[in-house]
Design a protein around this ligand. Structure first.
Ligand code: FMN
Length: 188
């Protein structure tokens, strides 16, 4: 499936200024995967977003230069694996930070499949297994729209968040809030 390229008006904002400002946007961290066996590829991605509930769809913005981009288009499927704090080392690996490339990135981690055959991480906090519905031109990136064919929800763990070049672990505030709530009810 080839993405149609669209010519857009030049922007006055320098790429470096755009990148620098976007670094302030804290985001949940995922590994987007595609392919089978030795053809498996994956990359760390924060540009992932829910699109529609019925039908269940999501989008992932994937750099055209990333190896996984080609594989997603070839195989017509991908999986968005949402990482928790335990996935920080894998996030660094799938971002290319330790120099490991291609299918070797899958040597660590408990990888399986759901419906489409795309690699699903066993200890992901959630996984969205998608068939590729549409590919839109996003300049340097393609906007890959996936129809969610299967979901998996893993054990709860602190969230993995990325901001300003650093990973952070976010502990759910809900537990604290509910403790405060029940305490308030006990107060006469
Ligand atoms: C926290 C973080 C988030 C990233 N988010 C994206 C993203 O949403 N889309 C993307 O194409 N690349 C993203 N990248 C960059 C890719 O993970 C990185 O370029 C990766 O090495 C590409 O895979 P390749 O080396 O197999 O081409 C991100 C990197 C980091 C560290």
């Amino acid at each position: 499936m080839a993405a149609a390229r669209r010519k857009t008006r030049d922007s006055f904002v320098e790429p470096a200024a755009f990148r620098s400002a976007m670094r302030e946007l804290a985001a949940g961290v995922t590994i987007v995967t595609s392919g089978v066996g030795l053809h498996r590829r994956g990359l760390t991605a924060t540009a992932v977003c829910s699109l529609s509930v019925e039908p269940p769809t999501l989008l992932a913005c994937i750099n055209r230069e990333a190896e996984c981009h080609r594989v997603i288009l070839e195989h017509g499927m991908f999986c968005v694996n949402v990482l928790g704090a335990a996935g920080e080392a894998l996030a660094a690996r799938f971002a290319g930070r330790d120099g490991v490339r291609g299918a070797e990135r899958f040597l660590h981690g408990d990888w399986g499949t759901l419906t489409t055959g795309a690699p699903v991480l066993g200890n992901a906090v959630a996984a969205f297994d998608c068939s590729l519905l549409e590919v839109l031109d996003g300049g340097t990136h393609s906007i890959c729209i996936g129809r969610v064919e299967a979901v998996a929800v893993g054990a709860s763990q602190p969230a993995l968040v990325y901001r300003a070049g650093l990973f952070a672990h976010v502990h759910p505030a809900g537990a604290v809030a509910s403790r405060t709530e029940s305490k308030a009810q006990e107060t006469p």
